[in-house]
Write a protein that binds this ligand. Structure first.
Ligand SMILES: Nc1ncnc2c1ncn2[C@@H]1O[C@H](COP(=O)(O)OP(=O)(O)OP(=O)(O)O)[C@@H](O)[C@H]1O
Ligand SMILES: [Mg+2]
Length: 272
């Protein structure tokens, strides 16, 4: 199934609502990167990984980020999610400068707004799959019974209904990745940032995980930012970006209709 840009049937969810920032076209921008650069200092050598990345993501938009290994995809995603600081530039989530917040407020904004799927799952080893997935809800003070029920439901949807009590080391690599996806989606976040969420999965499970994210996108207007090496998955998003030489460049989708050019569709070339 190849979905055209704007094929999202529920256009109403793109309308601004409390907390969001509307652009001129009335779209709510849920995430924005302005002039984001990142360098790492290794002794005398400065490694410039990101150079002036610009990005604007509207509510309900789906985009993928591709790029060679080492091009900075994980680095960018972590900065967008407030997990790492940029060397320069700002990241606005729901209109708030995430790196300007206190640690506590940043954590709160992340829990309320973001679902993050790490490249290497980061499940808590001492907890079961069910407990790991329920955790973000418990942080939000959802009742334990309700949190466990929602976690169970999502784990069933990613095919782990028979593995609820397994701890991460008792799960296969792909099962851990699916549990991590369930954990990112359980709070029904406004934005999902996913770093190769299907990297360890066979075709059938990759499809199930991807379909789950797309469902959330359709039903809830969740914005998706997915780093993937899978061109078929990338092609199912509204926009494809490539990281190259520290710049984020928009790529035409194969067989896609012309890309929207409204301000909310972000920049075509971040080399500004
Ligand atoms: N903490 C760090 N200190 C120094 N260099 C780092 C650090 N983190 C990342 N790098 C370097 O930054 C570059 C980008 O890394 P990153 O993990 O973002 O790449 P990636 O595009 O996600 O690659 P992959 O597809 O292999 O996951 C790499 O060359 C890496 O060595
Ligand atoms: Mg990576």
């Amino acid at each position: 199934m190849n979905e055209a840009p704007g094929a999202n049937p529920d256009a109403a969810h793109r309308r601004p609502r409390r907390g969001g920032v509307a652009d001129g076209a009335g779209n709510e921008r849920v995430l924005e990167a302005r002039g984001v650069s990142k360098s790492f200092q290794q002794g005398p050598v400065t490694l410039q990984v990101l150079s002036g990345v610009e990005l604007a993501i509207a509510r309900g938009e789906r985009l993928s980020i591709v790029g060679a290994s080492g091009s900075g995809k994980t680095t960018l995603l972590q900065i967008l999610g407030g997990l790492d600081r940029p060397s320069a530039g700002t990241v606005l989530i729901d209109g708030r400068d995430i790196h300007g917040l206190t640690e506590r407020d940043r954590g709160e904004l992340r829990n309320r707004t973001l679902g993050f799927v790490y490249q290497f799952h980061h499940l808590l080893p001492e907890f079961s799959a069910l407990e790991n997935v329920a955790m973000p809800l418990l942080v939000r003070r959802v009742k334990v019974s309700q949190a466990r029920e929602q976690a169970r439901e999502l784990l069933e949807r990613v095919g782990l209904g028979e593995r609820l009590g397994h701890r991460p080391h008792q799960l296969s690599g792909g099962e851990r990745q699916r549990a991590a996806v369930a954990r990112a989606l359980v709070t029904q976040p406004k934005i999902v940032l996913a770093d190769e969420p299907t990297g360890n999965l066979d075709g059938i499970n990759a499809e199930a995980v991807f379909e789950l994210m797309l469902e959330l996108n359709r039903e809830r207007g969740t914005s998706l930012v997915v780093v993937t090496h899978d061109p078929r998955l990338a092609a199912r998003m509204d926009r494809i970006y490539e990281l190259q030489g520290g710049r984020l460049l928009e790529r035409a989708r194969e067989g896609a209709e012309p890309l929207p050019t409204t301000p909310s569709s972000g920049v075509r070339d971040s080399a500004v």
